[in-house]
Design a protein. Structure first.
Length: 245
C-alpha cells in the first residue's frame, strides 16, 4: 500500500482488503475497489450496513494500513475526519476543542466557523453539556478548523431526528459550497447522498467495490424534489442490478 498527497484528486485503488480472525477463513471486505473524486467536489459512498464503508474510510484516513493497493490524497494531504461519535475532549470547552485541534487557526477564523454552525453561544460549554446534534456540529467545526484538504464524514446524520438531520445537512451543504472542501461522506441513505454530493458511489455486495457511479449535475442549491426523485429511481435500479449489499 502507499499514500501520497500530491494529486488534484482523491484516488483509491484497493485490489483487496481482508479481515482475518483466529481459526476462521479470512473475510474479504473490499476487492478491486476503485474510486476517484476531483478536488473541491463532494462525493457520497452509499451502501447498507456491513458492505465496507467504514473500512474504506479507515483506509483513506490511514487508520488501516493492512490492505493491498494505494491511496492518493488530494494535494496537501491534510485530513479532517468526523466519526459517528463526536469524540470531543470532554474536559475542554467547545472553543478549546477547536483551538487544540487547530493551533494555527486565528480566533477570528474559529469564531466564524462557530457562527457558521450556529454554535457561538456554546463556545464555553463542555461536551457533556451538549446534545448529540450539537456535539456533531462541534466535531464538524473542529474538522474544518484545520482547513483540511479532504474532509471525511462517517454517517454524520445517524441517530439524529429528521428535523435535526435536515438542519445539519443544509449546514454541511452550505459549508461545502462556500469552502470548496473536497468531501467524502459515507451514508446508507440515498436521499442524503443526493442532497449533498456531486458524485455518488454505489457499493456492490461484499466483497465490495464501486458498482456504479452517479453524477449529480444539478447544483445543490437548485435541487428539486422531481430531480431528486429521478436520481433516486436511477440509483435504485443500479442497486437492484447489483442485488443489494
Ligand atoms: N475488525 C474486523 N474484523 C473482522 N471483520 C471485520 C472487522 N471490521 C469489519 N469487518 C467486516 O468487514 C465488513 C465491512 O465492515 P464495515 O464496518 O466496513 O461495513 P460498513 O458498511 O461500514 O457497516 P456499517 O454501515 O454497519 O457501519 C463486514 O462484513 C464486517 O463484519
Amino acid at each position: 500500500m502507499s499514500r501520497d498527497g500530491a494529486a488534484a484528486l482523491l484516488e483509491v485503488r484497493v485490489s483487496h482488503k481482508d479481515y482475518s480472525s483466529a481459526g476462521a477463513r479470512p473475510q474479504r471486505a473490499l476487492e478491486n475497489f476503485v474510486l476517484s473524486l476531483p478536488v473541491g467536489r463532494a462525493g457520497a459512498v452509499v451502501g447498507p450496513s456491513g458492505c465496507g464503508k467504514t473500512t474504506l474510510l479507515r483506509i483513506i484516513a490511514g487508520l488501516d494500513t493492512e490492505f493491498s493497493g494505494e491511496v492518493t490524497l488530494p494535494a496537501g494531504g491534510r485530513l479532517g475526519m468526523v466519526f459517528q461519535e463526536p469524540r470531543l475532549l470532554p474536559w475542554r470547552s467547545v472553543i478549546d476543542n477547536l483551538r487544540i485541534a487547530a493551533p494555527q487557526a486565528s480566533e477570528e477564523a474559529l469564531a466564524a466557523l462557530l457562527a457558521a454552525l450556529e454554535l457561538s453561544e456554546h463556545a464555553r460549554h463542555f461536551p457533556g453539556e451538549l446534545s448529540l446534534g450539537l456535539a456533531r456540529r462541534v466535531a464538524i467545526a473542529r474538522a474544518l478548523a484545520i482547513e483540511p484538504d479532504l474532509l471525511l464524514l462517517d454517517e454524520p446524520f445517524v441517530s439524529l431526528d429528521d428535523a435535526l438531520a435536515r438542519d445539519l445537512r443544509a449546514r454541511i451543504a452550505v459549508l461545502i459550497d462556500e469552502r470548496h472542501v473536497t468531501t467524502l461522506i459515507v451514508t446508507h441513505d440515498l436521499r442524503e447522498a443526493i442532497e449533498l454530493a456531486d458524485v455518488i458511489f454505489l457499493l456492490s455486495p461484499r466483497p465490495s467495490r464501486v458498482g456504479a457511479t452517479l453524477n449529480v449535475t444539478t447544483p445543490r442549491k437548485l435541487m428539486t424534489k422531481d430531480v431528486a426523485d429521478a436520481l433516486e429511481a436511477r440509483a435504485r435500479k443500479e442497486i437492484e442490478a447489483m442485488r443489494g449489499c
